[in-house]
Structure formats: C-alpha cells, structure tokens
Design a binder for this molecule. Structure first.
Ligand code: SF4
Length: 325
C-alpha cells in the first residue's frame, strides 16, 4: 500500500488501468471503414467562408486546410484557424502528414504582420501558430516565430499566443532560447507517436530530441505552459502510450492532447485501428493520474482544437494547484 500524494496518484493510476480499454485489433491488409464517431459535416457556414476569404486575402496558409483537418467546419465557423507560417511546403515527408514536401520558397517578410492582422480581424482571444519544417534555414525558422510573436503583441495585444513548433533538428537549443525569450503563452511541440514507430511514421525526427526540446522550454522559462500531442491508431500499444505519458511528465509537460490518426490519402500511413471513445476516456484518466495539468483526449482532438478554451482551463488548473500549496 502506498501513502501520501504519490500514493494517491498511484492508486488513481491503478484504478484507471483496471478500467476496460477496448482498443480495436486491426484486421490486416485492408483499409478500415470510418466508424460513426469519426464522421463530421462538410463545412458550409458563412463563418467558414469568411475565415477562408480572410486567409486568402492575407496570403496565409493554415494547417486546418493543409492537414485536411476534420474539424475545419466547426473551427472556422467559430473563426478559429491555426496559421501555418514559413510557407506551405515542408522539407520533410512524414508518413502521417498531408503537407506538401519539397524545396520551400523564401521566407515572406510580410508574414508576421499578416498573421497579426488576421488575429485582429478575426477578433481572436487566443491564436495558434504553427509551421512547416524548414531544415533548409540556418535557424530552422525560429526567428520567424519570434517576429510573429512580436507582431501579435503589437497589433493584437489582447490575444494570447500558442506556438506549435517543429523540432528544429540539430539547432533546437538556440531556437528554443530565442523563442522562449519572446514569451509565447503556450509552447507546443508534438511527439506524435511512440518511439518504436518513429522510423516509419516520423523518420526525419528523433523521439528523445523532441522530448529534450520540451524539457528545455520549461527549464528556460517555467511560467510558459508546455503542451504535446499524440496520434493513436498507428499501431502503437497501450503500454507504449503510457510510457510516452511518463516521458512527457518527466519533461514537465503540462498539457497532453490525444486524437485519432486519420489517413489523409492512400499514399500515407494506414490507420491500424480506430480507438474507441471509451478507450480515449481510459487514456485520459490514466494521463490525469500521471499528473498532467490538463488532458484532452477524444477521436477528433487535435493539438489546436478548442485551444482557446483549453488555455483558460490550463491557467485555472495552475492557479488551483498553487492555491492548494
Ligand atoms: S482543430 Fe486545429 S487544425 Fe483542425 S480545424 Fe480546428 S484549428 Fe484548424
């Protein structure tokens, strides 16, 4: 029997582990039909059309479109879009990602101002800014993140800022130092999948390098919330996912997001299983027991889904934790 706070957490963990966790066993050799809980409506609202028009006018790419996100109808109707800076062409070719691969164009010097204007015109209380990988740039694109944060602070000072960065391969320490000094409110970097699947799913990245990046954000500035996400349904095992949660907690990650991987085209990695909503609930219970400040886990959860509401929850959870000390 364990005692104290750690003991209570361990008991919650064991209780969550004992819940039913019905992850579908993948039938091999065929594409799985989408279950009912994955289906979403086609985007048709006036808000969706307005958001799209604004993005085109300001020449901004969005991950919502490039990643063929299933939530685009809901998010854009609410004028929530995740802007993708540093162009629309990525220097890597991850097996899960729909963003075009190739030699990117030169960095657009007007992009930071355009992002800021978009935030102001959409009236965003919270913005998520992400980017393609830019292994071709000496700083991996870190300074463009800094310029975007500075432009947002000038033009939309009430908007809180969440950045979702690449791993800045081989230059992450300098990149993190620069970006953290610009003080985004949330720093997100997704681990995406379990380490065993990196060679096939995320071949250009290294699991422990990504983990170190998250850890170094917190070490440089413990006041910045850190966040990371996992896709499930790629063939990972439940205990491997639990290990990733432990690794994230060792890096002091505050917020975990988990969602179902969806195959964007037949050329991309196959869906190995559709994780049931009940299994997501079980994962969420385990993650909470492991000590994350906030957990969002459901089939349609994406790193930026409901990010503004979640930021308010994150702040409240930290304040509640501080009040208990
Ligand atoms: S979940 Fe994120 S990427 Fe998907 S539509 Fe919403 S804001 Fe865009």
């Amino acid at each position: 029997m364990t005692g104290g706070v750690a003991g209570a957490a361990a008991n919650r963990y064991l209780a969550a582990m004992s819940e039913a966790d019905p992850i579908a066993v993948p039938p091999h050799g065929r594409r799985l039909p989408k279950p009912d809980w994955i289906r979403v409506k086609a985007p048709t609202s006036a808000g969706y059309a307005e958001t799209r028009k604004l993005m085109r006018r300001l020449n901004l790419a969005t991950v919502c479109e490039e990643a063929a996100c299933p939530n685009i109808g809901e998010c854009w109707t609410r004028k929530h879009a995740t802007v993708m800076i540093l162009g629309d062409t990525c220097t890597r070719a991850c097996a899960f990602c729909n963003v075009r691969t190739g030699m990117p164009r030169a960095v657009d010097p007007l992009e930071p101002e355009h992002v800021a204007v978009a935030a102001a015109e959409l009236g965003l209380s919270h913005i998520v800014v992400t980017s393609v990988d830019r292994d071709d740039l000496p700083d991996g694109g870190a300074m463009q993140f800094v310029r975007v944060i500075e432009a947002l602070r000038r033009t939309a000072p009430a908007t809180t800022i969440e950045i979702l960065t690449p791993d800045f391969r081989n230059k992450s320490q300098a990149a993190v130092e620069r970006i953290v000094a610009a003080r985004p409110d949330v720093y997100n970097h997704n681990l995406e999948t379990v380490p065993r699947l990196y060679p096939t799913i995320r071949p250009g990245a290294r699991y422990y390098a990504s983990l170190r990046l998250l850890e170094s954000v917190k070490r440089h500035d413990p006041t910045i919330f850190t966040k990371s996400g996992l896709m499930v349904g790629l063939g990972e095992q439940r205990l491997e996912v639990h290990q990733v949660m432990d690794d994230m907690r060792s890096a002091d990650v505050d917020f975990l997001t988990m969602g179902q991987y969806l195959q964007p085209t037949p050329r991309h990695a196959r869906v190995e299983d559709f994780v049931t909503p009940q299994a997501f609930k079980a994962y969420a219970a385990i993650a909470r027991a492991k000590g994350f400040l906030l957990v969002a886990a459901s089939p349609l959860t994406r790193s930026s889904y409901h990010a503004g509401d979640d930021f308010a929850r994150l702040k409240a959870a930290r304040e509640a934790g501080m009040a208990q000390r």
